[in-house]
Design a protein around this ligand. Structure first.
Ligand SMILES: Cc1ncc(COP(=O)(O)O)c(C=O)c1O
Length: 373
């Protein structure tokens, strides 16, 4: 009988899914990693018009329609003053596929990939799929990734290190100085830096900085997506930006695995990127208001939590049994160890949830913290 491939046997289903499956139907779900806002109307309409005019009945070019890649290039100039050639961008099926292409194209069997722990669940799994060896790295006390720790972890076997700011699951935002350091490390050690920037616009304090801006070599590639910024998780539209050589290698994987990103989603993404950005500002303002309530509520409950400066997650330290007790009382959060061994003793709360539910959940957390301590 055909056995299953070791690379899939080595990877289990995300711990996040397990929690959802254990939750009752009426539970307040603070486990979800997607905004609770609608996709902007102009993005939806662009897709509808593209469908009705027959423009999306066929494959697009592998890299995606030219006007979307131009919109991506314009966005980097507008937001960060970074010059991107539209030929050096690939539209992908979400940030997830972009990460997959980046690792498949750069990691040889046995090579190491360094990433934050706790960190986004895909980094470990996609490294294994690429035949690589995961090298999870613990974080600073404020839950940011220390460039000095990355530099120390680099060996002759390192294929890449992944930076994720703002971060899932911590909500931490790396400083400009850190991003300059990540770029320097990529340049000096001649190691690829994969910068996962899918939460780039959800920043409350300071600004997002991309290491792409500071690198002097082509050793930084950027992953981003419409998913979080424009509340378009279901559309499956992300992208990769990098040098011509790197894009050419990544498109080889994309061509055979995907052919092209979904055409209607490409038209929606172009409209989202080029249209009015007010829906993003409104969503970020709502997240900031909720962030303040969540942090205040957790601190009042007696929990330690670094104030997250971005994304829509908070990651408090929690006592043993806290997540399970909360689940029993109808509130879903994700235990921190779903994001890596160093996440043990933490929980990830998503506040992409209405204010009333959040307030009710915080009251239950207060009770549970007293009960389990
Ligand atoms: C840090 C991070 N990177 C990438 C992704 C993948 O995003 P997408 O939905 O665009 O595939 C996610 C989704 O949760 C994420 O949190």
């Amino acid at each position: 009988m055909t056995e299953f491939a070791t690379r899939v046997e080595d990877v289990s289903i995300s711990g996040i899914r397990e929690v959802f499956e254990a939750a009752g139907e009426d539970a307040i779900n603070l486990g979800i990693g997607q905004p609770d806002f609608p996709t902007p109307g102009h993005a939806r309409r662009a897709a509808i018009e593209a469908i009705e005019s027959g423009q999306v009945d066929a494959y697009t070019s592998n890299k995606g329609i030219r006007q979307l890649r131009e919109a991506i290039a314009t966005k980097y100039d507008r937001d960060y003053g970074i010059e991107v050639d539209p030929e050096h961008a690939i539209a992908t099926s979400g940030g997830s596929e972009a990460l997959h292409l980046a690792l498949e194209a750069h990691v040889d069997p046995g090579q190491e990939v360094i990433f934050p722990d706790p960190g986004f669940v895909s980094y470990d799994a996609l490294t294994r799929f690429a035949g690589g060896t995961p090298k999870p790295l613990s974080l600073r006390e404020d839950l940011t990734l220390d460039p000095a720790a990355v530099e120390e972890a680099i060996t002759d076997e390192t294929a890449a290190f992944i930076v994720n700011s703002p971060s899932n699951p911590t909500g931490a935002v790396q400083s400009e100085a850190d991003m300059r350091e990540f770029a320097r490390i990529a340049d000096e050690h001649d190691v690829l830096c994969i910068s996962d920037e899918v939460y780039e616009h959800i920043v409350f304090e300071g600004e997002h900085h991309s290491p792409l801006k500071f690198a002097e070599t082509d050793n930084v590639i950027v992953v981003s997506a419409c998913s979080k910024t424009y509340s378009m998780t279901g559309w499956r539209l992300g992208w990769l930006v990098g040098s011509g050589d790197r894009i050419e290698r990544m498109v080889r994987v994309h061509q055979y695995a995907q052919a092209c990103a979904s055409a209607p989603a490409q038209f929606a993404a172009e409209a989202a990127l080029t249209g009015p950005q007010d829906p993003v500002d409104e969503m970020v303002a709502a997240f900031e208001e909720r962030r303040d309530i969540v942090v205040d509520g957790l601190v009042d409950a007696g929990l330690e939590v670094p104030t997250p400066s971005g994304a829509f997650y908070a990651m408090p330290k929690v006592p043993e049994g806290w997540c399970e007790e909360l689940l029993d009382r109808g509130v879903v959060v994700v235990p921190g160890d779903a994001f890596g061994a160093n996440g043990a003793g933490y929980a990830r709360l998503s506040y992409a949830t209405g204010m009333e539910d959040l307030k009710e959940a915080l009251e239950i957390m207060d009770d549970v913290t007293t009960a389990v301590q």
